[in-house]
Design a protein around this ligand. Structure first.
Ligand SMILES: [Zn+2]
Length: 328
């Protein structure tokens, strides 16, 4: 994924905020909408130790770079895990190209209650970016992708493990999407290649979900989740409901209401929104100025920055939403 949107817009927004908002702030304004916050009767189980072990397992394969042995081995493991938890599993295999490279692309989709409506889609990418190019000196090195890819997949696997034990009433589709992270900044269509393929297939087949939740970099220390521009544009009420849920079950430090002022993240949700037409939010760790976390696309994205508390804050919140299916 990459960040677009104007930092000058952000600065302008901050200036307006400071000038005109002395007696309130964006956090309070938005939290006023919380008078309909859903209070769960029972807190869903989510095992952070299990999720952490799922991150470690992926990292142990090596970077899951498409066309490598680690990628093939991790695919086989993910397919086996999903088949062990889900009611049914669909595998999409295709070839995709970007930047002059062609990649084997494997999307893995687990279904719960495949005949039920409404349905909710939860997705994360499982591939690792082929280069640690956020820092020029390491642009030809690989990185573990513990947070970028690994954490979202781990939370989805733990959600699947829990859904297997205790069913929801609604239908749930868990999409592990491939070749998200081989793109180049400034070229939207070079990102999310597996999701672009899935979205075209979904549209052609008439598939519809009520909304989608993308998990990307949901396991890092000190993570905060702000609703970026596409999330607000395409899935405003749905994402506010999810943020409210996170707040109502004790994760207000993670799920933040502040506006990042024009920052938009091109990520898998962009294509689910634009191609499949499913309102989809991105739960993605961002700093207060809209930047990615410091380890993003560097060799420091490894197990050292993974925090079980962050994995749990997100996984527990999403699982609660799936069980309770609150209105929005
Ligand atoms: Zn990435």
């Amino acid at each position: 994924m990459y960040k677009r949107g104007s930092s000058s817009l952000f600065i302008l927004g901050m200036a307006a905020f400071l000038l005109f908002s002395c007696h309130s702030n964006t956090s309070n304004q938005e939290s006023q909408n919380q008078n309909t916050v859903f209070k769960p009767a029972n807190i869903a189980p989510f095992d952070a130790d299990s999720a952490y072990a799922f991150v470690q397992k992926q990292v142990d394969f090596g970077p899951r770079i498409p066309n490598t042995e680690a990628h093939a081995q991790c695919a086989a493991w993910l397919i086996a895990k999903m088949k062990s938890y889900c009611d049914s599993v669909t595998i999409q295999r295709t070839k995709v190209s970007t930047q002059g490279n062609t990649y084997d692309c494997i999307n893995i989709i687990g279904h719960f209650n495949p005949l039920n409506n409404p349905r909710i889609l939860v997705l994360a990418h499982w591939d690792t970016r082929p280069f640690a190019d956020a820092v020029p000196a390491t642009a030809h090195e690989h990185f573990d992708g513990a947070d970028d890819g690994g954490s979202g997949v781990a939370d989805i696997l733990e959600i699947a493990r829990q859904l297997h034990t205790k069913k929801t009433t609604i239908g749930v589709d868990l999409l592990l999407t491939d070749v998200e992270d081989a793109g180049v900044n400034g070229n939207d269509n070079s990102w999310g290649l597996g999701t672009q393929y899935w979205s075209k297939q979904a549209k052609a087949s008439g598939y519809h979900a009520q909304y989608g939740i993308l998990l990307d970099m949901v396991g890092g220390k000190g993570a905060h989740f702000y609703r970026e521009g596409f999330t607000r544009q395409f899935a405003g009420p749905q994402s506010l409901m999810v943020w409210n849920m996170g707040n109502s079950i004790g994760y207000s430090d993670y799920f933040r209401y502040g506006d990042l002022g024009g920052v938009e993240i091109t990520d898998d949700h962009t294509f689910v929104n634009e191609i499949a037409g499913i309102p989809t939010m991105d739960i993605i760790a961002l700093q207060g100025n809209g930047d990615f976390m410091p380890w993003h696309h560097t060799i420091n994205d490894n197990m050292k920055i993974i925090d079980k508390h962050t994995l749990k804050a997100v996984g527990q919140t999403v699982l609660q939403v799936l069980y309770d299916n609150p209105s929005y």
